[in-house]
Design a protein around this ligand. Structure first.
Ligand SMILES: Nc1ncnc2c1ncn2[C@@H]1O[C@H](COP(=O)(O)OP(=O)(O)OP(=O)(O)O)[C@@H](O)[C@H]1O
Ligand SMILES: [Mg+2]
Length: 328
């Protein structure tokens, strides 16, 4: 029994020692785990801090960007206002000049007609009087153009088929373009009608074609195209029509620099020789298009030709009230 007791005691101590060393190992292991966890926690905290910092930086950059954007919008708005003011000033001037001019013309043409009546046709002065009459007629046409530009002439909107307008103008295009410029057209047969003043729309098309022609003195190609377009493409804000008709006039001419492009819609801006250009063509076009609820865009680079795109709101009417200027 004594022996058994001693054996048991020894075994018990041995077990106690192993438990103690196990305890030790466990403690050490736990310490390692704790240390690792602490490291991990430190890392996590650092990561969180840098994340917080970068998100703050991001927010700062975002605010800066937003400020820049609103500044840009403001500048754009001011530019537009300036453009509108200049157009208005030029319009007033044009209207004033046209008015006085018209009065003078009435006197000139009236007196001339009276003189022609009392002059025999075989009298050499008769021919001179005829020339005065012709010049007065031309001056009257110029006055009408000035009045159209000044927009004092009320628009007479009609439902028109733009494709038909272009077809009617084709003979005039051909005589303008001569034989060095190839004319191509691509007219969308499903094109909806538009509501606009037909005389003015013909003016728009003609001005664009004449400019294209001037840009190709050595010849080239002119493409006149019609197609449907969305409001987004027309870059018009909500409230306007939802679908548009696009008229593109593209040439393979000299194109224009960014500086010229920025100014082409300004009244009296021209790069053409004095006597050749008045610089009123595109400002007239701009006025007509905007007054008709549309927009105009240009795409051009020096030496790479130019494309003008005119957007006009589609009308719900299904039949044109007029087919051409000449078919009044
Ligand atoms: N298709 C084009 N290609 C290259 N430049 C063009 C084109 N259309 C217009 N421009 C430039 O825009 C300027 C202004 O055009 P706008 O039609 O207003 O006046 P203009 O043609 O010079 O004069 P006007 O129309 O009175 O004869 C032109 O002088 C020219 O520099
Ligand atoms: Mg022109």
């Amino acid at each position: 029994l004594k022996d058994a007791h001693a054996l048991l005691t020894r075994q018990l101590r041995r077990a106690q020692i192993s438990v103690e060393s196990l305890d030790d190992a466990t403690r050490k292991w736990l310490e390692t785990v704790d240390a690792t966890y602490k490291d991990f926690d430190d890392d996590r905290r650092m990561l969180e801090r840098s994340l917080e910092l970068s998100s703050q930086e991001l927010m700062g950059a975002n605010a800066e960007l937003r400020a820049l954007l609103s500044e840009r919008n403001e500048a754009e708005r001011r530019m537009e206002l300036l453009h509108a003011e200049r157009l208005e000033a030029a319009s007033l001037l044009a209207a004033g000049v046209a008015h006085d001019f018209n009065n003078l013309l009435t006197v000139i043409a009236g007196s001339n007609a009276a003189m022609m009546k009392v002059t025999a046709e075989e009298d050499p002065r008769y021919e001179l009087l005829g020339q005065i009459a012709m010049a007065a007629n031309r001056a009257a046409a110029l006055t009408r153009q000035l009045l159209a530009f000044s927009r004092r002439q009320a628009l007479k909107p009609k439902v028109i088929d733009l494709n038909q307008t272009i077809r009617n103008l084709a003979p005039i295009f051909r005589s303008l373009l001569g034989d060095k410029i190839e004319l191509r057209s691509s007219l969308d047969p499903t094109l909806p009608f538009v509501t606009a003043d037909p005389t003015q729309i013909e003016q728009v098309v003609l001005n664009l074609v004449i400019n294209a022609c001037d840009a190709m003195p050595k010849g080239g190609r002119l493409l006149v195209e019609t197609a449907r377009a969305s409001r987004g493409e027309a870059q018009l804000s909500a409230g306007a029509a939802s679908t548009y008709v696009r008229l593109s006039v593209r040439d393979t001419g000299c194109g224009m620099s960014a500086e010229v492009k920025a100014r082409i819609f300004e009244p009296f801006f021209t790069t053409k020789n004095t006597g050749k250009g008045t610089g009123l063509g595109l400002s007239t076009v701009y006025g007509i298009v905007h007054q008709s609820g549309g927009s105009i865009a240009v795409d051009s680079e020096t030496g790479k030709g130019a494309t003008f795109r005119v957007y006009l709101p589609e009308t719900k009417d299904t039949a044109p009230t007029i087919t051409s200027l000449t078919a009044k």
